[in-house]
Structure formats: C-alpha cells, structure tokens
Design a protein around this ligand. Sequence first.
Ligand code: GCU
Length: 344
Amino acid sequence: MKKRFRAAALALSATLMLGALAGCGSSSAADQREIIRIGHNQSTNHPTHLALVAFEEFIESKLGDKYDVEVFPSELLGSQNEMVQLTQTGAINFCVASNSLLETFSDNYTLFNLPYLFASSEAYHASMDDESITGPIFESTKQAGFEAVTWLDAGTRNFYTVDKPIETPADLKGLKIRVQQSPTNVQMMSLLGGSATPMGFGDVYTALQSKIIDGAENNEMALTDNGHGDVCKYYSYDMHQMIPDILIGNIAFLDGLSEEERAVFDEGFELVNQVQREEWVTAVENAKDRAENEQGVHFLYPDTAPFQEACAPMHDAMLEQYPDLKPIYDAIQAYNKQYPSTES
Ligand code: GCU
C-alpha cells in the first residue's frame, strides 16, 4: 500500500513539476484561480489535516476569487523530505514538516530537536508561542527558499517496541529503533544505547511488520492512525522529545502576496495553530484509549531520569557548536522554571 502511495506521489510530483514549469497554475481555462497546494503526511482524521482544511475554508472565504486551496494528506505528494524540497522549489506552496528534518536545512532548528529540552507541555507551548524564541529560528531557512509560518503540536515522543518492554535505557541495547532522518536523533539513539535506523515515516509500518526494526518512537497517534500499535505492544513514556511540526511556505510565493493578502494568510496560519492544538488533546486521549483497549498495547511509565541523564551531554555540545543559540536556549530554561515537570 505504501509502495503504491510512493509511486502515486512520484507521479504526482512529476506532474506538479511539469505544471509549474509550464506555468499552469490555474484549475481550468474558465477558472483562473491560482491553486495553492499544501502537502502533509498524516491521515484525514489527524488534527493537522483538520487544521489545514480550516485554513482552506478560511482563505477561500476571504480570497476565494483568486485562490483555490488544495490539501494533500497521507504523503500523496511524497515523503516529508520530498515535500520540503517541493516547497523549496515552489512546485508546491506549503507543507508540514517535522522540526527534526529542518535541521538539515538550517542548523538553528537543531535546538528544538534536543532531547529533554522542555520540562513540561506548558513550557513547550509557552516557548513555541514566544516569537522571541521561534522568530530567529523560523526566519533562518529563508535563504533555503522557505519560511516557517506557524508550528503544530506533535505531542511527546516515546519509545515503542514489538515485544520488549523498555523500562530503562539498558533495555534499548541491541534493538534497532526507527528514528527520523536527523543527526540529532541518530546521536540521541546512540547515547541511549539503541541502534538508530533512520527512515521516512511512511516506511515504518512495513519495517516493523517485517521485523527490519524492533521498534520506533513517536507520539500516541502513530499507534492508531498509522497502525503501529497493531504490531508494537509496548509503549514506554520515557518522554524523550517534544518536537513541533512546522508549516513551511515557499518564500517566492509568500513574498509575492500583497500586504493585504499576506495579512489574511497570517490570520490563516494563526487559525491552523489554534485548530490543530484544540483537536490535539482529544485526539491523543482517543488514540491512547483505542491503543489500549482495541490494539492491546501496554503503556509503561518508567523513571525518566536515567534516559534524561544519558542524553544530557547533548545540551552542552549543541551550545558549544552553536553559541548563537544560547540566548534562546536560556529563554526556554526560564519557561522550564516557570512550568516545571509535574512528574514525581
Ligand atoms: C509525527 C510528526 C510527523 C513526523 C512523524 C515521524 O507524526 O507529527 O511530522 O513525520 O512523527 O516520526 O516521522
């Protein structure tokens, strides 16, 4: 099924490229509206999709005579990596990418990928809502051809495995764990003692099923929405990362908007953030309930301290490598003090 998707994605990407090259930006000869294409890798039930549909409706209600917004879910336009490249070139206008992937386009994004960066969800949300924290990072991909226009909640990432409960980092030894394609994630896995297997999200289910990997790490939605809980029966709340998803837009498209249009789009980006966050809390609760009661997944609550200690050297190493990020890192620590962890 995934292979079929990938083939369709490649065909569609090629069509979009050709369309863009030929300058075919409108839906038909009669309909002169410009099509705005937005790609993401989640299902149509996912909060991200619901938020983008709200964006579509909002933009079309305000600027519908000029723009026709189309949202492509489920990796229909390619993997996240491929979609970022399509957004860079302008073959599509927007896509949702995990912050993890963006560190290969700008070093600044490395910061939000650090394990145990945020002490609590409250500290995470307050930091991501603070433009003095996100601004310098979001602007730093402009030279790469895209701009981050808002962030989306992707919860907390935890380990889950086919058949071995993870209670301590030692339990990860010898296990092949899928991570996102980013140097920070590979390093985190090696500090925790497991063997990092980077791959795109759409390939994880088959890799788990065919036992190419022993487990993966993600939020609870991956268990239900992506079926990983059909194969993996242990989900351990080690709470290693809160990595936001980022809505990115092609810079030439955004810069080409008039001031009035940009104001409408900015309101739309704000709406994406609000709707997605409102939907997120219930979506995660439902996913956990379904995973536990329908898929038979066991949820474990290990002591997170040993996991955190193993990853701690990454903080100083990052600050040494990117000293310019220190003031932003310190601002996040201030939120961590204000909203400390509630774990006992
Ligand atoms: C989450 C996240 C996605 C990401 C995925 C992954 O689902 O929201 O943006 O692609 O994790 O692990 O690749």
